[in-house]
Design a protein around this ligand. Sequence first.
Ligand SMILES: [Zn+2]
Length: 46
Amino acid sequence: MLEKDPVCGKDVDTEKAIVIFKMGDRYRYFCSEECARIFQKTKLGL
Ligand SMILES: [Zn+2]
């Protein structure tokens, strides 16, 4: 299954995501630790 990385907008395979955050009852998938770091910093998608 593909989910969009909320930082760079790339499609991320949920089984191969480098970083997964659980936010409430939703999951966010990231293509790289860099994207996850930016997400944490900016709180995109909240
Ligand atoms: Zn990314």
